[in-house]
Every structure is written in C-alpha cells, then in structure tokens.
Design a protein around this ligand. Structure first.
Ligand code: BDR
Ligand code: CA
Length: 295
C-alpha cells in the first residue's frame, strides 16, 4: 500500500511514523513536513531522525513554514521544545531532499498511475491545500486522504477546534471542501484510543527499538501535560490512528456527516459529506500498534 506521510513530529506523529515505516504492508515513499507542533526546521529534522531510528530510508521533503496567511502557533507545552518530548533519537542518517514538499507531491502523483497513492495526514493541512490550489488535476490522482483532525461532537483542543484544523483553518477548508476521497479521524475517535502505564510496559517488554522509543515518547507525553498525573492516567494516541485505519478499517466506526470548516478551524454543519471516524475498537488497535512497532 504506497503512501506519503505529511507530518509535524510531534510525539504522536513519531509513533505513527515508526509504526508505518516498519509495517511490512505499507510502502512509505516519502515524508513531507510542515510547521505545526513546532517549527518547520525542527519537524523536518525530527522526521529524518525518526526514519533513522526505524532504519528505513524515506526521503523527507520540507513544506510550508507557516499556515496560509496566519502565524504559526506551536504546541510546545505538549510536545516539548524539541517536538519529541526530550526523547533521544539518533542523528539523521540523511539530509532533507532538495525538492520542496508540494513540488515533490506534484511530481510523484503525476509519475505514478492515478489512484495508487494514499496521503496520510498527521498535521495542519497547509501542504495539501497548496497542492490542491496549485495543481487541482494532479490532486485528483490521490487515491485517498486519511487525515487526523477535527472534533465533531467532542470539544476541541485548540479553542473551538482541533489543532490540525485550527492551526490553519484556511488550508483545512480547502482540503475538506475539495471533494477528494477523504476520511477524517477526529478527536471523537482518537480520544477513545489511549495508552496507559500498563501499555507502556507492554511496549517496552518487546525490547524492539521502535516499540521502546514509542514507550519513551508516551512517557514524555505524560510528563509534558501538566494536568495528567504520570502513571495514573492515560493519553490519547491521535496520529497512529491514521496508518492503523489504512490497515485495519474494520476497527473504526465510520459515519458520513455533512460538515464544513469555519473561520476558527472548527467543524460545523455544512454541505460537504465527509467520512468521519466516530468510534474505535481500542483494545484491538492497541494490540495491532504494539505488533507493528515490534516488527
Ligand atoms: C493533533 O495535534 C497535534 O498536536 C498532534 O500531533 C495531532 O496531530 C491532535 O489534535
Ligand atoms: Ca501531528
């Protein structure tokens, strides 16, 4: 299953990337990076470090340094000053690719057969919106977009909205209203898929570097979030839901809702039919994630 990951690592991005890169049924052609949880130079360096730890070659193409027409608003309180909660990763084995994210997406989509490449979107949708705006016919060659983002019936985590949509509402509106094959995995689903101290223990017990690093990342996620007591609570694993959905759609409950994105990046009732994940089989997802990280 060929896919490109668009990402802003990011603690939960890092776990999603490790899982996707290591999984034998996924073929990650490249990663594209964007400003989101932290600035672009850091998200780009982090993507390279994560690929190095996974020991999988995946070129990294840097994309947008800021939202469309707004200032970046990084999430240092959750992801730390390095975007990875202070967890040590190896130095990158390679440098960023010379072609920028949108240029790369346009060339790979035009080279490949139509409807053969998925986009796994783990971040604000700035790069994808720029692709749709610059090359709308090329964007139609995407097989499907699976994006973590939004809050449908749940409260948001950034004002009224969810971070990935609310960080760049204009980009979110372009992507959600473009009529492409899109599945949105909002907080309604991801808040049901949680890791607690027992799950960290399960990951560490595998002894495999991607699983152990993921346990360290989740541990840092507890520490960075001041209102959660370490060891006594659980944390949602937002971004891993995207590759997990690609591989195990049966573990998600999908509904079609008529929605649009408002000026704050919140989802409100609107004319666009969008497939949204509203429920998960959390136990099965935790098992699949651990298996994949131990590959
Ligand atoms: C999303 O926002 C980011 O902080 C996470 O990496 C995830 O993509 C959750 O709202
Ligand atoms: Ca993310």
């Amino acid at each position: 299953m060929p896919a490109i990951i668009d990402t802003d690592p990011g603690i939960d991005d890092a776990i999603a990337i490790l899982y996707a890169l290591r999984h034998p049924d996924l073929d990650i052609a490249a990663m594209t990076t964007v400003a989101g949880n932290i600035g672009l130079s850091v998200t780009t360096a982090n993507a390279l470090k994560i690929a190095t730890l996974a020991d999988v070659h995946a070129p990294v193409h840097a994309g947008a340094p800021a939202p469309l027409g707004r200032d970046p608003r990084p999430e240092l309180g959750i992801h730390g000053n390095d975007g990875l909660g202070g967890v040590t990763f190896p130095d990158p084995a390679t440098r960023p690719a010379s072609e920028d994210a949108v240029g790369y997406l346009i060339s790979i989509l035009n080279q490949a057969d139509p409807q053969t490449i998925d986009l796994f979107c783990l971040a604000p949708l700035t790069n994808i919106a720029q692709l749709i705006t610059r090359a709308p016919d090329t964007a139609k060659r995407i097989r499907r977009i699976i994006a973590m983002g939004g809050a449908v019936d749940e409260p948001g985590n950034m004002g009224r909205g969810e971070f990935n949509l609310a960080h760049d509402p204009e980009a979110a509106a372009i992507v959600l209203h473009a009529g492409l094959d899109l599945t949105l995995i909002p907080l309604d689903a991801t808040r049901q898929f949680r890791a607690d101290a027992a799950y960290l223990h399960t990951l560490r017990a595998t002894g495999k570097p991607p699983a152990v690093a993921s346990a360290d990342l989740i541990d840092a996620y507890f520490v960075q979030t001041e209102h959660q007591a370490k060891g006594s609570e659980s944390r949602p694993l937002h971004d891993p839901c995207v590759p997990l959905y690609a591989l195990h759609p049966d573990l998600f409950r999908i509904e079609t809702r008529h929605l649009q994105v408002d000026h704050d990046g919140a989802l409100i009732a609107g004319p666009h039919p969008i497939r949204v994940a509203m429920g998960v089989d959390a136990d099965a997802l935790r098992a699949r994630l651990c298996e994949g990280l131990a590959c």
